[in-house]
Design a binder for this molecule. Structure first.
Ligand SMILES: [Zn+2]
Length: 340
């Protein structure tokens, strides 16, 4: 964060539920962070919230972390923002972000106007991939696929440290149809990969299966909670399914197996086309580790030429929770140091 010039660069990862803002140093290490529940009542309220988070970092968190000069006027040089949605990055416009209720909103101009610095806007998954490519598991790779498995599922192609954006929709593999999958997707179609390989997809499959097969998940999340089960009166998460799988629960293990295989099958063609050195799997669901990664590798092995399958390294993200903030901060730094 603080160079000789004491310049501050801040990254913000706006999620459909929670938003995190942080300042990172030149190596991508987070120095201070602020987290909030995302303001989803509209563009102006969101801009107000993001500006407040930046000011809290500058005035409170960074000085607490040993960087008092962050509070100085002019210390902040640029802000990067990752948004879950379709963007016009050149104009700094959010074209459509359903979770945030934004349509054709000039977020970069509005936030930049409030803070008095340039704001770099990009899709959240591309910011995440930039973080992993610059300071994480994809650093040093010629070509890498960075996959974020969280609330949704998306992928970004990184080549020589840059994120490929295509016409703006590059990497959106979440809505590729998987044969034999009948789950309805939020996009209005059925059978999308995202309905299997995402946090919601993992939970939905587990809930469907535990009604038919014996599973510890049915004990943890009974239909009618009894007095001694009060601790579990909250919705099931993908982390619960991972924990059940770790305890040897066949239903839970099967859910990750199916999700990983579906993901690996969808990635196989991308691997054949692009010949990446690595597939970096991040997002909250990636914390399941080998439960998810082993079936991805297996599916690749079954579908690719042995030379291709042997070459690609399937690994977890270095910063599963923070790569979005780190990538956004590093994108801001790149803009600040090399103005377009
Ligand atoms: Zn879909």
């Amino acid at each position: 964060m603080a160079d000789g010039a004491e310049a501050v660069y801040i990254g913000i990862d706006v999620g459909g539920t929670n938003t995190a803002a942080g300042a990172a140093d030149a190596e991508g290490r987070l120095i201070a962070t602020v987290r909030r529940r995302t303001e989803t009542s509209g563009g102006d309220a969101l801009v107000r919230q993001l500006a407040e988070m930046v000011r809290e970092l500058l005035a409170v968190r960074l000085p607490e972390a040993g960087f008092p000069q962050a509070a100085d006027r002019g210390a902040l040089r640029a802000v990067g923002v990752g948004i879950p949605g379709f963007l016009d990055t050149r104009r700094g416009l959010v074209r459509h972000a359903a979770n945030l209720r934004l349509r054709d909103f000039p977020l970069a101009d509005r936030l930049g106007g409030r803070l008095g610095v340039p704001v770099v806007l990009d899709n959240d998954v591309r910011m995440y991939a930039y973080g992993e490519a610059t300071a994480g598991a994809a650093a040093g790779c010629g070509t890498a696929l960075v996959v974020a498995v969280g609330t949704g599922l998306a992928c970004a192609v990184v080549h020589r440290g840059r994120v490929w954006r295509g016409g703006g929709l590059a990497g959106e593999i979440g809505h590729v149809r998987v044969e034999g999958n009948r789950y309805a997707c939020g996009c209005g179609r059925t059978g999308c990969l995202e309905t299997l390989a995402s946090a919601g997809g993992i939970v939905r499959q587990a809930q469907a299966l535990m009604r038919r097969k014996r599973s510890v998940l049915a004990e943890w999340f009974p239909k009618r909670p009894t007095p001694e089960k009060t601790g579990w009166e909250r919705p099931m998460t993908a982390a619960d399914v991972a924990r059940a799988a770790d305890l040897g629960d066949a239903v839970a293990a099967g859910v990750f197996e199916r999700a990983g295989r579906a993901l690996g099958s969808a990635l196989a063609v991308a691997v054949a086309l692009l010949d990446p050195d690595a597939i970096v799997i991040g997002g909250g669901v990636s914390k399941a580790g080998e439960r998810l990664l082993a079936p991805v590798r297996q599916a690749l092995k079954e579908r690719l030429h042995p030379l291709q399958a042997a070459k690609v390294n399937v690994t977890t993200a270095r910063w599963p929770d923070d790569a979005g903030v780190i990538g956004s901060a590093l994108a801001a730094r790149a803009r600040g140091e090399h103005p377009a």
